[in-house]
Design a protein around this ligand. Structure first.
Ligand SMILES: Cc1cc2nc3c(=O)[nH]c(=O)nc-3n(C[C@H](O)[C@H](O)[C@H](O)COP(=O)(O)OP(=O)(O)OC[C@H]3O[C@@H](n4cnc5c(N)ncnc54)[C@H](O)[C@@H]3O)c2cc1C
Length: 433
């Protein structure tokens, strides 16, 4: 049956679900979330590290908006977790320095944290003897101790948020894989892979790893390229999980690329993993292997003919790609990266692979990896591309801001925000200013 809606949000990950929530909470009528899978958060929004990040490692010159969104979002997620019974564990974290130059990075991160509005006392620069008192198995030359960095399950939070969005009348259409979008007099016709169609006055593209592909269907961002990097994890045998009680990151080796190095992760349910690495693959759902020969060849062709070509001649990028591949084919190589700061770990302590997830950074027409999210506002359509880590943390406030920008630009007309039965209100977002 053909449907007609006012707003179609493509993608029921944490971003699309949050955007739909705010539209519904603002009394925008006939909102529909279109999702290829049979449920919410089946990709990056469930397959991630589950850390509610603190924005100390984001450059305020480049990522002030995301940093503000993260700070405003943290209590919103906590409230939803409490309401829905989703795990929310005060794990805390350390960012450790191994080399002298790492120590300079820690000092810079302390400054960035303050500029990004992290509250006093939440970040502390500590010396090794201080760390040894609480985490004797961590080796470093200095560290930032982050007191407020909880662990949660963003997949379960997204499921719960979809329940809140449905209260406002928002409809979720699952199993609808968008294959084409065509401009009509009043908006767009969205066609699924099985030929079914939805007419929408406005399309908001939140398709995660496929957002650039969906944007291209509407003629947007054709001069950009998406790269897919799989983050793999190894899970510790529970008898070794107590070795370190907090999550531990090292200073990223490749600061120009949007990945943290593999870390020691304490998940919300107490499981311990190391990861994620960043292995280049050819598709946004290549959770095993490299993504298939046909996909690999066509992706390679796309790269050579597109904006990412320059990147593939950059020796630093190639070095990063090579070392990440090594950590994919060899468990020992992956574990040795974390062993640099947790020296007592051995590969045999990690008995199972964790669930991999895929990040999709965007390469700009200049051949550089975009440092943050790209919003493309077009004709009756808006695309959010490159919405990567720490996207899950910042989604509640980021999406509220996006809905406001859409309203300010005349794409949607927001009604009264007078509901008292919903988990988040506009006032929660105002706190980021
Ligand atoms: C390994 C890894 C670790 C991470 N760790 C963290 C962390 O600890 N903390 C944090 O804050 N962030 C983390 N992130 C980042 C965070 O998970 C993402 O920023 C966030 O989940 C992106 O949400 P999304 O809704 O944009 O994408 P997705 O969750 O990928 O959702 C997009 C949805 O669109 C659907 N879709 C795509 N194409 C179509 C189509 N053609 N038709 C219909 N539907 C379509 C997909 O099926 C999918 O459900 C991590 C990410 C990864 C991969």
């Amino acid at each position: 049956m053909r449907r007609t809606v006012d707003v179609a949000v493509i993608g029921a990950g944490v971003l699309g679900t949050s955007v739909a929530y705010w539209l519904g909470a603002s009394n925008v009528s006939k909102v529909c979330v279109i999702e290829a899978e049979q449920g919410t958060a089946r990709h990056a929004s469930r397959r991630n590290t589950g850390v509610v990040h603190s924005p100390f490692y984001l450059d305020p010159e480049l990522r002030k908006d995301m940093a503000g969104a993260m700070i405003a979002s943290r209590p919103m997620w906590e409230r939803l977790a409490k309401k829905a019974g989703v795990p929310w564990t005060a794990v805390g974290a350390l960012e450790v320095a191994i080399t002298d130059s790492d120590r300079d990075t820690l000092v810079r991160h302390m400054e960035w944290g303050a500029k990004n509005g992290i509250g006093e006392g939440q970040l502390e620069l500590v010396e090794p003897d201080e760390i040894a008192k609480t985490e004797p198995n961590v080796k470093c030359s200095a560290a930032i101790r982050i007191s407020d960095e909880p662990a949660t399950d963003f997949g379960l939070l997204t499921d719960a948020l979809a329940g809140e969005a449905k209260k406002t009348g928002t409809e979720f259409v699952f199993g609808f894989d968008v294959a084409g979008i065509h401009r009509t007099g009043t908006g767009h016709t969205i066609t699924g892979a099985d030929g079914s169609q939805i007419d929408a006055g406005l399309v908001i593209n939140c398709a995660g790893g496929r957002a650039l592909e969906v944007a291209n269907m509407m003629g947007q961002a054709k001069d950009h390229t998406a790269l897919h990097f799989r983050g793999e994890y190894w899970r510790a045998d529970p008898k070794h999980a107590a070795l370190v009680g907090t999550s531990v990151y090292s200073v990223p080796r490749y600061a120009d690329y949007p990945f943290l190095d593999p870390h020691w992760i304490v998940r919300a349910d107490g499981r311990v993993e190391v990861g994620p690495n960043a292995v280049i693959v050819s598709a946004p759902d290549a959770y095993e292997g490299s993504g298939g020969v046909v996909q690999s060849v066509s992706k390679f062709g796309e790269i050579l003919g597109g904006s990412a070509r320059k990147l593939f001649f950059d020796p630093t990028f190639l070095r990063m790609v090579g070392s990440e591949w090594k950590s994919s084919v060899s468990k020992s190589a992956m574990i040795s990266r974390v062993r640099a700061f947790v020296p007592s770990i051995r590969p045999e302590m990690f008995t199972q692979k964790g669930e991999a997830g895929i990040r999709t950074p965007i390469v700009t027409p200049e051949g550089k990896m975009a440092s943050g999210t790209i919003e493309v506002f077009g004709d009756a359509a808006c695309s959010i591309i490159g919405y990567n880590s720490p996207g899950a943390t910042g989604a509640p406030a980021y999406s509220a801001g996006l809905v406001k920008r859409l309203a300010d630009a005349g794409y949607v007309k927001l009604g009264a925000k007078d509901r008292t039965d919903l988990v988040w209100a506009e006032a929660d977002v105002g706190k980021q200013d």
